[in-house]
Design a protein around this ligand. Structure first.
Ligand SMILES: Cc1cc2nc3c(=O)[nH]c(=O)nc-3n(C[C@H](O)[C@H](O)[C@H](O)COP(=O)(O)O)c2cc1C
Length: 208
């Protein structure tokens, strides 16, 4: 345990791609502790209609990694002009490129899922379904950080969600995948606060 204060934990849980230790296994018990904490998150109804697929099998990670990288490549290409113009975009691009090259080596991929597809449903139905899993997934990531693990929320593989469902045995017609979260111990445990704009650019008191 890193014994971070709650505020430190919230401020320094970063997207980790380059500082994932690809050589150190992650213990099942540690993942289970994080998942038990994730279970405490709220859902839209009392039933916890979500699941986490924890992928440690090397062949399945390689297959998911291939899907992930096949989307990362065109994403990087599309953003190459923006990356040349803006070092912040270039930094994320470098990190995505690194992860694309190594994603199959990341010891654990966690795929949060939620029961019930919302394809084509109204925004209100979408909102409550997605928000029934996202707080739990973020709790998992916070609990992981406290235990020295790094994570990054990613969605690239969802472009090939049906294929990923086949790889993982997820019943695609009944269950939506929400993300693919690579998980590994971090190289060093010191992470800084993210650069964020002033509050008044996004907070609206009483009216927009
Ligand atoms: C909804 C969502 C989808 C994302 N999808 C990806 C992705 O597919 N691949 C990836 O490398 N990062 C992905 N990210 C991470 C972002 O690119 C970005 O690096 C991150 O939000 C900024 O990290 P920071 O908070 O540590 O500054 C995603 C983040 C979010 C919230």
């Amino acid at each position: 345990m890193l014994n971070l204060t709650p505020d430190e934990l919230l401020a320094t849980t970063r997207s980790v791609r380059k500082r994932l230790d690809l050589t150190r296994p992650v213990e099942r018990e540690v993942l289970e502790e994080c998942l038990r904490l994730a279970q405490q998150a709220p859902t839209a109804s009392f039933a916890q209609n979500w699941h986490f697929v924890v992928v440690t099998d090397a062949d399945r990670r390689a297959a998911l990694g291939e899907l992930w990288s096949s989307v990362a490549g065109p994403y990087l290409q599309q953003r190459s002009a923006a990356a040349a113009a803006d070092p912040r975009v270039a930094r994320i691009g470098d990190a995505v490129r690194h992860l694309a090259a190594h994603i199959h080596e990341v010891p654990v991929h966690v795929v949060p899922c939620v029961e019930g597809r919302t394809d084509g449903k109204p925004a209100a139905a979408q909102a409550s379904r997605w928000a029934s899993i996202i707080p739990a997934a973020w709790s998992f990531m916070l609990a992981a950080r406290e235990r020295g693990l790094g994570t990054v929320w990613t969605t690239f593989h969802l472009r090939h969600e049906r294929r990923a469902a086949e790889i993982l045995g997820v019943p695609y017609d009944e269950v939506m995948q929400v993300a693919l979260i690579p998980v590994a111990y971090t190289i060093g445990t010191d992470f800084k606060r993210g650069a964020r704009g002033p509050l008044d650019t996004l907070v609206h008191w009483d009216q927009w």
